[in-house]
Design a protein around this ligand. Structure first.
Ligand SMILES: Cc1cc2nc3c(=O)[nH]c(=O)nc-3n(C[C@H](O)[C@H](O)[C@H](O)COP(=O)(O)OP(=O)(O)OC[C@H]3O[C@@H](n4cnc5c(N)ncnc54)[C@H](O)[C@@H]3O)c2cc1C
Length: 716
């Protein structure tokens, strides 16, 4: 409503301006004709005239009316160079800021909602260098004054910055015009005020700060190298530290484009994903799931059976799966691909030198043009008193430690309600452990919408997990062989006895012990990088969990492309890493998969959205498979089929998501998904049906009413 009032008032004032033909005063001839009158008024009450002039100037600029240039001349003619410049400088800046604010208030939300993703690059640029761009635009009077006000209002630049940069940037132009106004009688046209030479000087002056900034950046980058001795030549084009997803893909790409690349791994090829993460966790999830299905055989018309199994064999299968995948990431494979693989611990000695302590004990120093840090992350162990005394496992140690057990731990406490904690809590509960999951937040899987967290909690609870949300772990205690964790909830302490404790409260980037400290590479939870994944040293890059902001294998691999290409070809062209479409999944049952915005993100960011939901309980294939649960929830731009984000809960949600990932990435809307044949009967049909739900909700009711009449008429 407020927006409408503002628009109406502005429109009325603009109409009045033209209807009353006030513009005639704001032409060069009009000004010359009425100058005598103004001077008489000014002689009678100088302050009043100055104030009135100031107010009219503010109004003209705030309403983006034509005539500001003539008013600036008038200021020179009426008030002289100094006073005129002061009046115009403040009036024009205040007027411009008002126009800017009106544009921001009335238009910005609409524009950002509609074109937000396409404007992202501009928004980012303005957030970083907006003051410089504005200064340039202000100094060069070729850019229309009113347009700059309106356009800048649509960007995230701060009002204060807009005001002072505008005032500073317009000062030179104001001076020229006010000065010309002091010689008003000699002026025959407005176009003569700015000669081509003067325009060029303004343009140069305008781009100078931007150039100066880039030059300063260049100097600063040079300065970081100043204390290091650059080798005359390099043994290699690229050294990659760490052979997890990020390091493997980086070196693969480098070798594919014939660079000389060395990959150094201190521990196991394949890193966390293969050895401690995705692969073993998915293997145990499968065994646990089969055990669960056996227990619920009746659901499929079979007998319920208590699965008889050897836990040792389950864990042996986990290791067998790792062994089967291992060759994909092996030294042999990468050597064959053209990568030199060294097994040892790497330390960056200077921006071009890496020292490797090989597993054989030998130490080698290698020089390289570029380095990629892909050292990953490790489980965070909370500083709980008594934790070391009772002992614990993390995702790093669990697979070996539990492989020694004959049976799953009878009582398992899982600390953490994130994806890893949930996947493992459910799996061990299904394998027979009595699992208690402790989570500090009020719900598990907090990054997802509340209804998703609720479904996950219900499912875990059904499987026998005691999900304690809002519970803070305080300390661990031991009484002889008995082990306890003390948790607090609502001021009340509770003691939980356990046989094994799994810490799954997050993973922290590996940042120390390999040279970052000596090189002064900034680390705040992760290695600090810019959009090109460059660290403080433009020839040292970081990718994967160590760089953040996501901790997924597919993001590590995605970043790897950028680090490899930027490191090897960055002198010609650099690419900014693109996180615009990031999917992920949590492999509990029901599986939870997401890409783009969910409702809580959209609300947090103030992005308007519409929700369309399709219940998978209605899907033929899901019913036949006994998996009739979950939903596909799509957020779209209001009134449009453009997809903002998708959450899928249900069987194979991670696989179903792929269609939406492709759609968002390539700008395909729900109409396109609806118009695509989906095989019957598959779970993927859920994607088409949700698009159908959207279409039904947006059916043109008026047209349908007319069609109904038309058909009635045809029937006679
Ligand atoms: C239980 C669990 C389940 C997971 N499930 C999934 C999932 O389902 N999907 C998914 O996408 N992600 C999952 N992840 C996350 C995924 O494993 C990580 O995001 C991924 O492994 C990150 O790869 P990376 O290359 O950055 O690091 P890493 O895989 O950690 O590799 C880093 C490597 O660097 C080596 N290194 C470190 N320092 C040095 C040094 N100085 N010299 C030489 N070598 C060094 C390390 O030994 C390590 O091998 C899971 C993680 C866990 C723990």
């Amino acid at each position: 409503m407020k927006k409408i009032i503002i628009l109406v008032v502005a429109a009325l004032l603009i109409v009045a301006y033209f209807a009353l033909d006030l513009h005639r005063y704001l032409t060069l001839d009009g000004l010359k004709a009425s100058l005598g009158q103004f001077e008489t008024w000014r002689a009678a009450s100088p302050l009043l005239v100055a104030l009135a002039f100031f107010s009219v100037y503010v109004l003209v600029t705030a309403l983006s009316l034509p005539g500001a240039a003539v008013m600036t001349l008038a200021a020179g003619a009426l008030f002289g160079l100094l006073e005129g410049t002061v009046i115009v400088s403040f009036a024009s800046s205040i007027g411009a800021t008002l126009a800017f604010l009106v544009s921001r208030f009335v238009l910005r939300d609409v524009v950002q909602q509609r074109f937000g993703d396409r404007l992202k690059a501009i928004n980012d640029g303005v957030a970083r260098e907006g003051a410089f761009y504005l200064f340039t635009l202000r100094l060069v009077p070729l850019f229309p004054f009113f347009l700059i006000n309106i356009l800048m209002g649509l960007t995230p630049i701060r009002t204060r910055t807009f005001y002072w940069v505008s005032q500073l940037g317009m000062l030179a132009g104001t001076l020229v015009y006010v000065n010309a106004g002091t010689q008003l009688a000699k002026l025959t046209s407005l176009s003569g005020i700015l000669s081509p030479g003067l325009l060029l000087s303004f343009a140069l002056l305008g781009i100078f700060p931007l150039l100066a900034k880039h030059f300063m950046d260049f100097l600063q980058r040079r300065r970081v190298y100043a204390k290091w001795q650059r080798p005359k030549q390099f043994d290699r084009n690229l050294i990659v530290i760490g052979a997890g997803a990020a390091g493997l893909v980086t070196s693969y790409i480098a070798a594919a484009v014939k660079a000389k690349v060395t990959l150094i791994e201190a521990h196991k090829m394949g890193g966390d994903c293969l050895n401690y993460g995705c692969v073993p966790s998915k293997a145990i999830i499968k065994s646990a799931r089969i055990a669960h299905q056996m227990r619920h055989g009746e659901h499929y018309g079979l007998e319920n059976t208590t699965p008889a199994f050897s836990f040792r064999k389950v864990m042996a299968r986990v290791h067998e799966v790792i062994r089967t995948v291992e060759p994909h990431d092996s030294v042999e494979r990468y050597t064959e691909l053209g990568v030199e693989v060294l097994q040892g611990y790497a330390r960056i000695v200077d921006p071009w030198t890496v020292e490797v302590k090989l597993n054989s004990g030998e130490i080698q120093r290698l020089t390289t043009r570029s380095i990629v840090i892909a050292t990953g992350a490790q489980p965070f162990v909370p500083p709980l008193p008594g934790l070391d005394d009772v002992g614990y496992v993390t995702s790093d140690t669990l697979w070996d430690e539990f492989a020694k057990l004959d049976a799953p731990p009878a009582r398992l406490v899982v600390l953490g309600g994130g994806p890893i904690g949930c996947e493992l809590a459910q799996s061990f509960a299904r394998l027979g452990s009595q699992v208690t999951q402790v989570e500090k937040c009020t719900r598990i899987m907090v990054r997802e919408d509340e209804e998703v967290s609720d479904l996950a909690r219900d499912s875990l609870t059904r499987d026998g997990v005691a999900v304690l949300t809002g519970h803070t772990a305080l300390r661990c205690e031991r009484e002889g062989e008995r082990k306890f964790i003390v948790v607090e909830h609502g001021g009340i302490e509770q003691r939980i006895e356990f046989d094994a404790l799994l810490c799954a409260v997050g993973r922290v980037a590996r940042l120390t012990g390999y040279g970052l400290e000596d090189l002064g590479i900034e680390t705040k939870r992760t290695v600090a990088t810019n959009d090109y994944l460059e660290t403080l040293y433009p020839n040292i890059y970081a990718a994967g969990d160590v760089a953040g902001p996501y901790q997924f294998t597919h993001i590590a691999a995605h970043q790897a492309w950028y680090t490899a290409v930027n490191a090897l070809f960055g002198d010609f062209k650099k690419f900014k890493v693109d996180y615009s479409v990031v999917p992920w999944a949590t492999f509990i049952e029901p599986e939870v998969a997401r890409v783009g915005l969910n409702e809580q993100d959209a609300k947090e960011k103030g992005i308007a959205y519409e929700v369309t939901k399709y219940g998978i309980d209605d899907l033929d294939r899901a019913i036949a498979d006994g998996n009739a649960y979950g939903f596909v929830k799509v957020l779209t731009v209001p009134g449009k089929d453009k997809i903002l984000g998708v959450t899928i809960v249900g069987e194979h949600a991670g696989d179903l998501l792929a269609e939406f990932v492709l759609a968002i990435k390539h700008g395909l809307g729900l109409n396109k998904i609806l118009g695509t044949i989906h095989t019957y009967p598959t779970m993927a049909e859920a994607n088409k049906y949700v698009a159908g739900e959207w279409k039904r909700a947006h059916a043109p009711q008026r047209v349908l009413a007319w069609l109904s009449r038309y058909h009635a008429w045809r029937r006679g």
